[in-house]
Design a protein around this ligand. Structure first.
Ligand SMILES: [Zn+2]
Length: 231
């Protein structure tokens, strides 16, 4: 599939927590950035509840995780980072969130968006559902000038995203061969030091998952997505 897929000039990954993008699609992102695609990460939360350390504060863990995500992103070739800093675990679908995501899209102008699949059945993490809806609702709002017209000042204009790739999907229709970037994906995941206790086990788990995904398409290692064309 990767051969037939026309690469975007600019892509943006919109997701709930630091590390979501690395579990979901950093193998594909590394593949694309090596070919010159500009990639921005937009995080809805900075994972400010992601710790079991009783002495850790929300502010400190958020700052640590933002740095970890920037390092992980750099390893995969992403070059810009936007942190919306909502509270971890408390994301809700609503017009304020939609407006925020819409504005980020209008500012950064991606041709393609990566996001979590909000239709995935039995997705129990509320933030993962909300991030998927907010990303896609933001994409639709961004494209017409009468949506959030108050944003359109100082030269900012509406912007049309033409394609989306949903990761963490149970219903993929597109896949990319990440055999050549699997090492980079693992390296990116390893940047999330505050979250990962056993790197070796994680690497084994990721190799097994990418291998199982690849088997379905006759590839050694793959990431699979639900692809949407947004005509
Ligand atoms: Zn997450």
């Amino acid at each position: 599939m990767a051969d037939a897929f026309e690469l975007p000039r600019r892509a943006m990954a919109i997701f709930a927590h630091p590390d979501d993008v690395d579990f979901g699609c950093s193998g594909t992102i590394a593949l694309w950035t090596a070919q010159g695609v500009h990639v921005t990460y937009c995080l809805l939360t900075s994972g400010n509840k992601g710790t079991h350390d009783a002495k850790m504060t929300a502010e400190r863990i958020a700052a640590i995780r933002e740095k970890e995500q920037q390092e992980a992103g750099r390893r995969a070739g992403a070059s810009e980072f936007v942190f919306l800093r909502h509270d971890d675990g408390e994301l809700e679908v609503g017009m304020d969130m939609r407006a925020e995501v819409c504005k980020v899209i209008r500012v950064h102008k991606p041709d393609l968006v990566f996001c979590q699949d909000p239709w995935r059945q039995y997705q129990i993490h509320p933030d993962h559902r909300v991030a998927g809806w907010s990303a896609l609702d933001g994409v639709i709002a961004a494209r017409d000038h009468l949506f959030f017209p108050e944003q359109l000042t100082n030269g900012l204009v509406h912007h049309r995203v033409s394609r989306a790739l949903l990761f963490g999907t149970a219903d993929p229709n597109v896949w990319f061969d990440i055999s050549s970037t699997m090492k980079t994906k693992i390296h990116a995941l390893q940047a999330h030091e505050s979250q990962i206790g056993d790197f070796k086990r994680l690497a084994e788990r990721m190799h097994a998952f990418a291998g199982a995904t690849g088997t379905a398409w006759g590839l050694e290692k793959a990431e699979a997505f639900r692809y949407l064309e947004l005509a």
